[in-house]
Design a binder for this molecule. Sequence first.
Ligand code: ADP
Ligand code: ASP
Ligand code: MG
Length: 440
Amino acid sequence: MKKVVKFGGSSLADAGQFRKVADIIHADPSRAYVVPSAPGKRFDGDTKVTDLLYALYHKAAEGGDMGPVLDTIRSRYQEIIDGLQLTDFSLDDQFAEIEARLKEDPQSDYAASRGEFLNAHIMARYLGYEFVDAAEVIFFDEDGNLESKRTKKAVAAKLENIPRAVIPGFYGMGHDGKIRTFSRGGSDITGSIVAGAVKADVYENWTDVSGFMVADPRIIKDPVNIDTITYRELRELSYMGASVLHEDAIFPVRGEGIPINIRNTNKPEDDGTWIVESTCQKSGYVITGIAGKKGFCTVLIYKALMNAEVGFGRRVLQAFEDNGISFEHMPSGIDTMTVVVHEDEFMHKEQKVISAIHRYVQPDVVEIESDLALIAVVGRGMKSMRGTAGRIFSALAHAKVNVRMIDQGSSELNIIIGVANEDFENAVRAIYDIFVVTQL
Ligand code: ADP
Ligand code: ASP
Ligand code: MG
């Protein structure tokens, strides 16, 4: 039995948390490879080390004084080192190098990656495990995408003769020989890469909740836990804002059929959630989970008889592609087509996109609406249940939430609903209530 264990930022926020993590690792000898995040928040309102490092990079880039931020970061690590009584251990050399490199050639990804780099050094020392730098084994291509095959080979080869190691999460080596990070929350991907490469039996992802819950605990008080969820359901939910696990973290383990077990560092006795390829276990409810995000825009394109124009959709999407904007959804009618995009990506380029749409398809009307929130209701059980959509909409009507958009994924695994940003929390509560609380 071989396990890869990833610990999130809150699980490693201070020396007390480090001790819990060490207890968890020592409790099971099969926990061989450890992937730590950078220290997260110790309390509400605290700042994650990763965010401090981005601030440090900005200081360096504008040629300002890095001193105060650097001191804050240094003291976060020193507190952990002192708390663990690692008396003959210091990160002075590493800090000196970080400072020098940021002065010479400030790089945002390099700066951000140092959070996990430093934490992994402490962890390796505390556990007596070998430190393996992710920059030696995780590779990105020139577009910044993970080079999966090369990475998998390199990780497997490196760890073949190292029975126990600590590998920092979140970063690897770019095509240009410079450090690259994944997007935020990316240590989850590193853990998955290591698990896939060493063909682990389980990838344990330790965080601050006892697994995946039916809805975001910041919106619903004490939501019920999900025991088992499929990779596909999880991907839908995490992409739509259930931040427990990075949405790309399933790929490296999926091909190997390795289950992911989400666990709580503060309650290691809880079973947590199992994420699997497929299961005959029914979820307790018709739906498996609800997730959502605010901050979308819709671009409605109206043109009489657009349905008869071959290539109309492609040309509309070309206008977005030309401006480097990806779209989320695209519900359409006979004479209308709506493209849903992220507001922050779209905002600065909206007039360019609109004029491109005019050039490409000569529409009758183009209308932009902003402040849209999207909610994904996800469940493998939905396709065999009649009336799921009906129940969602009557619950929303009761809660006086106006539905602005509907899109049922062709996989019948999810229904996406668009509501005004201000109705978002109410809508999530209404859907949760109808399926979980009242189970009507
Ligand atoms: P880590 O630092 O361990 O990677 P994250 O902050 O990335 O942890 O993810 C855990 C957090 O995800 C929880 O504290 C919780 O607030 C949030 N969260 C959002 N949606 C859900 C959900 N459906 N179930 C559980 N937690 C959720
Ligand atoms: N430390 C990084 C972040 O805050 C990566 C991670 O925690 O997974 O996004
Ligand atoms: Mg995370």
